[in-house]
Ligand binder design. Structure first.
Ligand code: HEM
Length: 187
């Protein structure tokens, strides 16, 4: 039974980081100047929401099985209070911090129409902190003997960083072009 829980914890950990990365990438490419408009924006936003619900479900199983399985000692308090785990205190703590920020991002998104756009956006930017924390947590705690699983986590890192760089560079390119046009107009 314990071995099954351990495998389930690892499998759902991998599923969580892969889905979290997909949600972040969709969020990154659908914001900023080059975001889709009209019908495709609605579809992309719906996928963004449904994937995050799927991710939260896998993450709940990952955390619950990590606490229940007895190979490592992790108490329920470590699910929300960072750096209290008896096992790998710092690396599990990063996972806990990611969960805390994820709860804040999820709750403010559910309450989006009741809070100011500014407050919602400020909390949503916490994603740029929680994703790398979850990634490092998963990569460091990943089983060294299962390189394939670690490769999935590493690939999530490459895809996520690529999306953020694309967003930053495309915004920069647009700004440069706009400044050139404005510069041209006035000189
Ligand atoms: C957004 C939050 C989190 C994500 C995306 C995540 C993802 C992952 C991933 C990808 C792994 C490596 C799996 C492998 O390669 O075998 C992992 C391992 C692990 N995670 Fe998480 N995790 C998160 C939060 C947490 C939390 C809050 C806890 C505990 C309270 C936790 C406990 C563990 C443990 C104990 C391991 C190592 C597995 C073991 O040795 O049994 N994780 N996690």
């Amino acid at each position: 039974m314990n071995e099954a829980l351990w495998f389930l914890s690892r499998a759902t950990g991998i599923a969580s980081i892969a889905l979290l990365t997909a949600v972040v990438v969709l969020g990154v490419v659908t914001s900023g100047r080059r975001r889709p408009h009209g019908e495709s924006a609605t579809v992309v936003m719906a996928v963004h929401r449904w994937l995050s619900l799927g991710m939260l479900s896998f993450l709940t199983v990952h955390v619950a099985t990590a606490v229940v399985e007895t190979y490592v000692s992790i108490d329920w308090v470590s699910v929300l209070v960072p750096f209290t785990s008896g096992y790998e205190t710092f690396w599990v703590g990063l996972g806990t911090l990611a969960v805390d920020l994820l709860v804040a991002v999820s709750v403010t998104s559910w309450l989006r129409h009741r809070i100011s756009e500014r407050a919602w956006r400020a909390v949503h930017y916490a994603t740029y902190a929680l994703w790398p924390m979850a990634l490092v947590h998963g990569f460091v705690l990943g089983t060294a003997s299962q390189a394939g699983l670690r490769a999935v986590t590493a690939a999530c890192g490459v895809v996520g960083v690529g999306a953020v760089l694309w967003r930053l560079l495309s915004t920069h390119a647009d700004r440069t072009r706009r400044d050139a046009v404005l510069g041209g107009e006035w000189s």
